[in-house]
Design a protein around this ligand. Structure first.
Ligand code: A3P
Length: 285
């Protein structure tokens, strides 16, 4: 990372790098947030399929929900803005479990965590760093790979993020989803989500939702849209055009050297040794 831009773009909060688009005052005040029992949280580490899941969820709810920008995005006025919304709220966040406002936990709000093979997440994040002016400059894939493994990237360590949420995977109000499962059988996952959210959807609705949520449909919709800086699902950018890159499983194979793959697996096995879900995460080793 080049240090001058890093200073302007990144600051630390509780040991985790955040972009300066999340003010420290806001991050410090999150616990004051007034959660509502019917809030639904869309939780992810960056580059795990957040926008994709947001599309599925907004389609499932039809007009009955407002997709807000992430709870950690902006300054302190954010809390009041969210407070003013009279409709049901679908709130995205990249926060790890320990940083999530306690009111969401106390009120047992429904939370959906989407995860993806961290090797593909790393590659996706590398391209995002290169294309996104809100993130520090990265010299090469080699340099980014090291930063990712160390957790020296926005939102911190992928491993810590995942583990903080996995600890709560059996809570009844939390649903875990995997990007690769959505790629394999989206209708099945849409059904699973509708059951979790107690929404009634027909087979036709499901087909329709899957069509609207395809990579090509979402990419072409975004190309037609004008970006609204306040309408953002990811706290790292308002420019949705940066999101739809490849949408594939296994792109890591085009980037990882055999040595990087060995190092990644060593770290993965060490960090995830107590994880029950680790096996669902790594596809195509
Ligand atoms: P790639 O960079 O590998 O293409 P997020 O929304 O969390 O920022 O994640 C972005 C990643 O999800 C990008 O991955 C993007 O292409 C992929 N993605 C977005 N919409 C998708 C869709 N409808 N189907 C499959 N992948 C999608």
């Amino acid at each position: 990372m080049s240090s001058s831009s890093e200073e302007e773009l990144i600051h630390m909060f509780k040991g985790i790098p955040f972009t300066t688009r999340s003010s420290l005052e806001l991050l410090n005040s999150l616990d004051a947030f007034d959660a509502r029992e019917d809030d639904v949280l869309l939780v992810s580490y960056p580059k795990s399929g957040t926008h994709w899941l947001a599309r599925v969820l907004t389609s499932l709810f039809s007009a009955q929900v407002t997709l807000t920008s992430p709870i950690e995005f902006g300054d302190i006025s954010r809390l009041e803005e969210l407070n003013q919304l009279s409709s049901k709220r679908l709130i995205p966040t990249h926060l790890d479990y320990n940083m999530l406002p306690t009111n969401f936990k106390n009120k047992k709000c429904k939370m959906i965590y989407i995860s993806r093979n961290p090797k593909d997440t790393a590659v996706s994040m590398f391209h995002y760093y290169r294309d996104n002016p809100n993130l520090p400059t990265i010299d090469s894939w080699t340099a980014f790979f090291d930063l990712f493994l160390k957790g020296d990237v926005v939102c911190g360590s992928w491993f810590d993020h995942f583990l903080s949420w996995e600890e709560h995977a059996n809570d009844k109000n939390i649903l875990f989803l995997f990007y690769e499962d959505m790629k394999k059988d989206l209708p099945k996952i849409v059904k699973k989500i509708s059951l979790f959210l107690s929404l009634n959807v027909s087979e036709n609705d499901i087909q329709d939702i899957c069509k609207k949520s395809s990579f090509s449909a979402m990419k072409s919709d975004t190309e037609k849209e004008n970006s609204d800086p306040h309408n953002t699902v990811c706290a790292l950018t308002s420019n949705k055009k940066l999101i739809f890159r490849k949408g594939a499983v296994g792109d890591w194979k085009n980037h990882f050297t055999p040595k990087q793959n060995r190092r990644f697996e060593e770290t993965f096995n060490e960090k995830m040794k107590l994880s029950k879900m680790a096996k669902s995460l790594i596809y195509e080793f």
